[in-house]
Design a protein around this ligand. Structure first.
Ligand SMILES: Cc1cc2nc3c(=O)[nH]c(=O)nc-3n(C[C@H](O)[C@H](O)[C@H](O)COP(=O)(O)O)c2cc1C
Length: 205
């Protein structure tokens, strides 16, 4: 049983990474292996909409760090995607990964039909995996960014773990890195991780 945490902040010290680590720590305490990937260290180009993955069953863009991250997403039973809120949305790096991973995961499992044929979708490469979003903002835009991640998870056939509140963390004044002061946020992440561990264990029985 393994959960992969992806943190999408380009900052070295990051509130988002702090909250993702809190969730992963709780999962570890409950017997789940975890790994953290920071997109700060990865170069992932934006999807160019070439539709090459439909035939190739792999992303046909020039090689970058996408394949490595995508393979780890496929290997995991659970996924936590953490993103800072940038202008009420997720940062470009997170969007680049999710656009490519979502499209590829669909076409790995399915074939494009012509206009007269109907689809009998065979899920996605993420079907049955458990996931949760985390967003972090200084003040506003949480709902939009959180919903963006949630919409990505639900269209890609993940099973979403909730908490007793949305998994949102609050950054300090001027966006300062002081996540450790957000005790409510820490509690939310821990509870989400407990739910995620519970679902994964049930699914693995
Ligand atoms: C380009 C940019 C846009 C931002 N937009 C918002 C915003 O829309 N709403 C908000 O509350 N905070 C916004 N912030 C503040 C960040 O969400 C905040 O600093 C958060 O802690 C960033 O996450 P990190 O600490 O993981 O890097 C923005 C920061 C940057 C750099």
């Amino acid at each position: 049983m393994k959960v992969l945490g992806i943190t999408g902040s380009p900052r070295e010290k990051s509130n988002t990474e702090y909250f993702v680590r809190i969730a992963l720590g709780e999962l570890e305490a409950q017997g789940i292996t975890t790994e953290l990937i920071s997109l700060r260290e990865k170069k992932i180009q934006a999807c160019r909409g070439c539709y090459g993955c439909i035939e190739a069953k792999t992303c046909t863009l020039e090689k970058d760090d996408f394949d490595e991250v995508f393979d780890k997403m496929l290997e995991a039973d659970g996924l936590i995607i953490g993103a800072p809120v940038y202008n009420s949305s997720t940062p470009a790096g997170v969007k680049a990964l999710l656009d490519r991973a979502g499209f590829l995961s669909r076409w790995i499992r399915n074939e494009m039909k012509d206009n007269k044929e109907s689809y009998n979708w065979k899920g996605t490469a993420f079907s049955g995996k458990v996931a949760a979003p985390i967003t972090v903002a200084r003040r506003a835009g949480q709902n939009f960014a959180f919903a963006e991640l949630l919409l990505w998870l639900t269209v890609n056939d993940f099973i979403v773990a909730g908490s007793h509140y949305w998994n949102v963390g609050v950054a300090g004044k001027g966006g300062a890195v002081d996540a450790e002061n957000d005790s409510e946020g820490i509690g939310i992440m821990k509870h989400m991780a407990t739910n995620m561990a519970h679902i994964i264990k049930q699914l693995k029985k």
